[in-house]
Design a protein around this ligand. Structure first.
Ligand code: PAF
Length: 292
């Protein structure tokens, strides 16, 4: 694996592959965990050349969110990316991507109005701007994102469509802690390292709540107000978990729905101490046939 910091050097290398090899991009901010590695492995299976970008994007941090505290360990991340066969690690200088005279940003309006967009103003403009820059610099054939950041995937899909980016977006399932980890079902996230062991155990309530909703919908429940109350009741069993939102939404517009649609996404955001965690699940309203 080669680590590249210069935009021009990367573009020069990629120009020799373009049109002949399928180029896959996994955009990241580093602090790799199994979720990132799963994206890299899938990219490796589906593409000839895999580039992982590692850029702690200052534009997506709010003034009260600690950009300096964000975990950084290039040596560890390089080893992990190399272990799954990544070809290039693109780790540009902040000044190359976000120069002091940067005057252009991308804002995706409607799908950022609610949920994480409401809790973290300017966050998604920061994400969309950086992802658009990466698409523009690398021009990948495919780009890989995790479903854990569901609203982010919706924002990026909309931005890519609206700006005519010619690439395939691959949204991959959330990777979770396993049964024997003491944090069974907790979605892998760089933020989990800020949780104590007991907070991690409390955080497992998110996945339990999501699974409860899925089970209820699979059995035929369609009333989102009722389901919302049940999910809130499950979360309230963990006193150190403070819900921010529990939202049943249209999977593309992210507008709240009252009745489970053919496809509905349940979005959760909670605080545990100073750590904000998000998770989600897709609920499918299976068509009911008269014979069933
Ligand atoms: O999901 C992330 O790690 C970041 O939001 C992304 C997509 C790399 C943009 O900075």
């Amino acid at each position: 694996m080669k680590t590249i910091t210069s935009i021009l050097s990367l573009q020069k290398i990629l120009s020799s592959y373009r049109g002949k090899k399928r180029i896959g991009l996994v955009p990241t901010m580093g602090a790799f965990h199994d979720g990132h590695l799963a994206l890299m492995r899938t990219a490796k299976k589906e593409c000839d050349i895999v580039i992982v970008s590692l850029f702690v994007n200052p534009l997506q941090f709010g003034p009260s969110e600690d950009l300096k505290r964000y975990p950084r360990d290039l040596a560890r991340d390089s080893k992990m990316a190399e272990s799954v066969g990544v070809d290039f690690l693109f780790a540009p200088m902040a000044s190359a991507i976000v120069p002091p005279d940067l005057d252009t940003t991308i804002s995706v309006s409607q799908v950022t109005k609610r949920w994480e967009g409401a809790a973290r103003p300017a966050h998604f403009a920061g994400v969309a701007t950086i992802v658009a820059k990466l698409f523009q610099i690398i021009k990948p054939d495919a780009a890989y994102f995790g479903q854990k950041d569901y609203q982010q995937t919706v924002v990026i899909r909309k931005m890519a469509k609206d700006l005519h980016f010619d690439l395939m977006l691959r949204i991959r399932p959330t990777v979770r802690e396993d049964l024997y980890s003491g944090a069974c079902g907790l979605a892998k996230s760089s933020r989990n390292q800020f949780l104590s062991l007991s907070e991690k155990a409390s955080a497992t309530v998110l996945y339990r709540a999501l699974c409860h909703a899925k089970k209820r919908v699979d059995k035929g429940e369609q009333d989102c107000t009722l389901l919302q109350k049940e999910v809130a009741a499950i979360i309230s069993l963990e006193p150190d978990v403070r819900p921010d939102y529990i939202a049943f939404c249209h999977p593309e517009t992210l507008e709240p729905v009252l009745k489970i649609l053919e496809k509905t996404v349940l979005l959760l955001a909670v605080w545990i101490g100073k750590v904000r965690l998000i998770d989600n699940i897709i609920l499918a309203n299976a068509p009911r046939h008269a014979s069933l």
